[in-house]
Design a protein around this ligand. Structure first.
Ligand SMILES: Cc1cc2nc3c(=O)[nH]c(=O)nc-3n(C[C@H](O)[C@H](O)[C@H](O)COP(=O)(O)O)c2cc1C
Ligand code: SF4
Length: 177
């Protein structure tokens, strides 16, 4: 695991050399990549036990926070999920972030299908994360945080259709009524 994490720990070391030891560095970490475990190639793929080891290595390297994600577009397993239309479908990597949070003392951030204020509060209050983050939501509603703050809404409009993966430029292409 030390060798597999080496490219990141080297980058972290060089950033700190150039920008100072206190410069905050966050790492987005796959908790699993969706490759099937391969008995002949133990070095293939990432599973949660290996992600936990990597998280500990990153903490030791001086990273100040880890954003937990998962999946790769070329694997059949986890990826950027579609049709997140109920709170139970939200925060689909939550068990991974909880496991990683137990293993490290730096803040753990969760990304992936987080859409509702109630889900965010549940995650924060029940030991899943220190912070939440979102992506597609902000393509759809760049002011979503301000809307939450003012209680104008408690849920993102984004329907998780992935039409924003647009070769001509990333934008929300879903036609709302
Ligand atoms: C248009 C688009 C481009 C993305 N590009 C990247 C990327 O380059 N690297 C990455 O780690 N994740 C990328 N993501 C994934 C997001 O960072 C995020 O992990 C994922 O969309 C799940 O969060 P969400 O449900 O809040 O959108 C991209 C997502 C979108 C929608
Ligand atoms: S196209 Fe719009 S609604 Fe669909 S996932 Fe992207 S931001 Fe969300």
């Amino acid at each position: 695991m030390e060798n597999r994490a080496r490219i990141v720990t080297e980058i972290v070391r060089r950033i700190k050399e150039q920008a100072g030891a206190e410069f905050p560095i966050l790492v987005k970490l796959n908790a699993t990549d969706g490759f099937r475990p391969n008995s002949q190639r133990a070095d293939m793929g990432i599973e949660i036990s290996q992600a936990i080891e990597t998280a500990k290595i990153l903490e030791k390297a001086g990273v100040c926070g880890i954003e937990v994600s998962g999946g790769m577009s070329k694997t059949s397993g986890e990826t950027i999920r579609l049709a997140i239309n109920s709170p139970t479908k939200e925060a689909y990597f939550r068990e991974y972030s909880k496991a990683i949070k137990k293993a490290v003392n730096i803040p753990v951030i969760l990304v992936g299908g987080i859409r509702s204020l109630s889900v965010m509060e549940h995650l924060l209050e029940n030991g899943f994360v220190e912070m939440v983050s979102m992506s597609r939501t902000f393509i759809c509603e760049p002011d979503f945080v301000l809307q939450l703050k003012s209680r104008k809404t408690t849920k993102a409009r984004c329907v998780s259709c992935n039409l924003c993966f647009d070769i001509e430029g990333i934008k929300c292409n879903f036609e709302f009524n």
